[in-house]
Structure formats: C-alpha cells, structure tokens
Design a protein around this ligand. Structure first.
Ligand code: FAD
Length: 435
C-alpha cells in the first residue's frame, strides 16, 4: 500500500475523548451484536447505520408481528444472554419451539425432531429481527464507550496509513454520503448481503442463484402450533410455518415459502383469502384453515460467500461475508457466531499487547469461521438441489432417506446438535456451562 496517505484518527470521537478503535458499518443483528460484545469489554466502538433512526423499542414486538423473523438457535440465545439482552427479547416477543416436523409433500418421507432427543429443552426461538436489533440498540446506549449514529451511509473507502496512539497500521478511511470522513485502525463490514464495503474493498465473492424467491408473511391458523416448527417441501419448494405466539394466542405462524420467481409472483398477487388457502394446502392442512394477516413480500435468495474475510484494517462479518438459503434458518446464527469469534480473537490478541485489527487476530478469526460457513452453504445447496429434483428415483430415495433418518436416534441427535449451533470450538460467550 505504497500510495496511501497517513491519517490521524480524530474527527470521530466517542465520548469526546479518544477516537474509536473500531468502526462497525451496519447495525443489523450481527453488527449491533458485535458492537455490544466489544463495547462491554471497554473497547471504543463507533456503529454506523444507514437507517434514519434507531428502532422504537416500545413499539417492536407489539401488535401485529413483523414479517421478518429468525429462528435463533440455543447457541445464539447463549450469546444474547451473555450480552444481557435476552430478557428484553423474551419480554417483547419470542416463541420457543421444541419440535420440528419436516416432510416431503410429494411422498411419504417425514422426519420429526424433538429437542429432548438431543438433550435440548428447546430447539430455538422464533424472534422478529426488529426485536433483536431494538434490544441490542437499547443495551448499546447504556455503554459509555459506544457511539451509535443513524442516517449515515458509507459511500466510499480509501486505503490509508492510520496512526492510533503509538501504533501505525494499514487501514481505511470511510467516506460518508454527507462528505464526512472517518478513520479507525479497524473497519468492520456488517452491511448485509449486498455489502457495499466488501465491493469497495475489492473483495470478490462466489455467488449462486438458488432459483428461489422467499415469500414471507404472517398467518393465523385454525389450530394452535403447539411449539412445533413445520416445513413441507412442496414441488421442491420449502414452505415453513414457524410458530408465533401473539398476546397468548398460539395460532399464529410466520411463513417463509422459498419458491420459483413465477410462483412467488402468483402468491404475492393472491387476495388474502386465497393466499391463506394456498398456504394451508401446502402443509396438508396440518394446522387447519389459515388466514393471511399481512401481505406477502418477496425476497430474492442468492447464496454468496466472500473470497476472503479480511484485508489489513478491514474485516467482514454476517451476511456481508456469507448469505445463505433460509431453509434451515442458519443465516443470522452463523453471523452471530462470526461476531463472537471475532471478538474473542481480538480480545486474546489485545491481552498479548497487539493493536486492534492486528492481522494475526483477523487471520485466526477467518480460519475459525470460513470453513464452518462454507460447509453450511454447501449443505443448503445439496438440500435445495435434492428436494428440487423431480426425477421419480430421486423422489423415492429422498422419501426413504427421510423415513430412515426418522428411525435413527443417533443421526437425529447429531443433526439437532448441528442445527442448534453446537459445532466446533465455541467462543466463551456462547458456552452456557462456563459462566
Ligand atoms: C426470508 C428469510 C428468512 C430468514 N430466516 C432466518 C432464520 O430463521 N434464522 C437465521 O438464522 N437466519 C435467517 N435469515 C437470515 C438473516 O435474516 C440474515 O442472516 C441476517 O439478517 C443478517 O444480518 P446482518 O446484520 O449481517 O445484515 P443485515 O440485517 O442485512 O443488516 C445490515 C445493516 O447494514 C446497514 N447498511 C447497509 N449498507 C450500509 C451502508 N453503506 N452504510 C451504513 N449502513 C449500511 C443496513 O441499514 C442494515 O441495518 C433469513 C433470511 C431471509 C431472507
């Protein structure tokens, strides 16, 4: 980086004292989670988000549920407990589920997962994304060394030599849409699947069009969900009914139907009554009749995986590093694990006197996370290909495979442990037993 300028970090003070050690761009669940992890360790963090303002913490999780929800794994729950926000999330709205039914609408194959089989009291919680973000924003506001700024869009990135205290490192200067510039020894790109920072830094990615658009909405069913997450593969398209309890009424479900663009368009154009009928038929009326209580939104699904997770002074986390098909509800769980591992590696390096964003800690973070994320992306690809196949022999194999798995306790236990996030060495912040 011979043509870079030397910059003193300065115009971006946190608490009016020293400038931030890290700027996190993107205050979604992952960026806000990372800012919180670093903030509670006393690190000076500046969190920037393009959204006009913070979420209204009194309004989220009240009334009609938001259509964007996530199935949070027990490991993610542990992390959110560690950050001190889980109680707030539960107090707002979070629906636990302790069983999962997955079946192939084109045959007789079915797998039933029950948390108890893997020693898990719950398999996860369905939580509106805004509920998680709002709880993190409230927690961040309590941390004196964290500054959150909203209505701030990063539009440029320039490599720079950055001086911080006695250290001088290769880093970046951020250029905001309003012309303001900000430098820090480490920039974290947590700006989502279409990460502008990743592109501006020249980091390429592998991309796969899944051939699916996710149709999301909220419904109310005739029968209660009973704490069961249901997913049917309808002509190769996974249709999930995720349990939601609203003001004590457990007849609600959050819908994610990942289907072809043409079918998604049709579903979105249906009047509420017909949409409800199509959804109920999709899961063989297992919850009786269904009524749509929101309009259907369509979100195109592309899997992406960044070619590298870091450059000197810049690191990618969450969807900016990897975006994954939602059929197994893993995206934000992987992203939160990125945040936990990055924070852990950073703090370890700090204890050894290494400065923020030292290449060693970034490389260790990438080593610990890239493989796990890559295998999950591969696994999702094999699922949507297997279930998308219409060949009768593959349909038969798929159904036999599902029924076979259903009879194998050990395999089911292993699958459940994987899905709950218990893979590899967990960071301390995600290990319940150690606290
Ligand atoms: C239909 C669907 C269902 C899903 N279900 C699940 C599930 O059940 N379980 C699960 O684990 N995951 C699920 N996911 C995935 C999950 O939603 C994502 O992994 C998660 O939202 C990613 O969080 P993030 O913080 O990395 O990015 P985002 O949530 O995209 O946040 C990025 C933030 O960056 C800000 N930003 C963007 N650009 C800029 C800029 N230039 N300057 C400043 N700020 C910027 C944005 O305003 C935004 O707040 C699902 C995804 C979809 C599409």
């Amino acid at each position: 980086m011979s043509d870079t300028k030397l910059s003193e970090t300065g115009n971006n003070n946190v608490s009016g004292e020293l400038p931030p050690e890290v700027v996190v761009v993107g205050g979604g669940m992952v960026g806000a989670g990372l800012a919180c992890l670093l903030g509670i360790e006393g690190i000076r963090v500046l969190l920037l988000d393009a959204r006009d303002t913070e979420l209204d913490s009194q309004a989220v999780g009240r009334g009609k549920p938001a259509v964007r929800v996530s199935a949070l794994s027990p490991v993610s729950q542990c992390l959110l407990e560690w950050l001190g926000v889980w109680k707030t999330i539960i107090a707002r709205r979070a629906t636990p589920y302790d069983a999962m039914q997955v079946w192939d609408a084109a045959g007789s194959g079915e797998v039933n997962f029950i948390g108890d089989q893997a020693g898990l009291p719950v398999l996860g919680h369905i939580v509106e994304n805004d509920v998680v973000v709002a709880a993190l924003e409230t927690r961040l506001a309590e941390l004196p060394n964290v500054q959150q700024r909203f209505g701030v869009r990063v539009s440029g990135l320039e490599s720079q030599r950055v001086r911080y205290g006695d250290d001088e490192t290769d880093g970046y200067q951020l250029v905001l849409e309003n012309g303001e510039t900000i430098t820090a020894p480490l920039i974290v790109a947590a700006d989502g699947a279409r990460s502008a920072l990743r592109d501006m830094a020249g980091i390429g990615y592998q991309s796969q069009d899944t051939g699916h658009v996710a149709v999301v909405t909220t419904v109310r069913n005739e029968r209660v969900h009973g704490g069961v997450a249901r997913q049917a593969f309808v002509d190769g398209s996974p249709l999930a009914f995720l349990p939601l309890t609203v003001d004590g009424d457990s007849r609600y479900s959050s819908i994610v139907w990942s289907t072809t663009p043409a079918h998604a368009k049709q579903l979105q154009a249906l009047p509420a009554e017909e949409l409800g009928r199509a959804l109920a038929a999709g899961i063989d009326h297992r919850l009786g009749e269904t009524q749509a209580v929101d309009r259907a939104y369509g979100l195109p699904l592309t899997q992406r995986h960044a070619d590298q997770y870091h450059l000197p002074g810049l690191v990618l986390v969450g969807d900016a590093a990897h975006s994954i098909h939602p059929l197994a509800g893993q995206g934000v769980n992987l992203g939160l694990m990125d945040a936990a591992v990055l924070a852990e590696e950073w703090l370890l390096a700090r204890k050894r006197g290494l400065p923020a964003g030292h290449p060693l800690s970034l490389a260790r973070y990438a080593r610990r996370r890239r493989g796990d994320n890559a295998s999950m992306l591969k696994l999702m690809e094999s699922f949507w290909r297997l279930f998308g196949a219409e060949h009768p022999a593959l349909t038969l194999m798929r159904n036999m495979g599902m029924s076979g798995i259903d009879r194998l306790g050990l395999v089911k236990r292993l699958l459940l442990q994987q899905a709950s996030g218990q893979r590899g060495r967990l960071p301390l912040s995600c290990r319940k037993a150690t606290r």
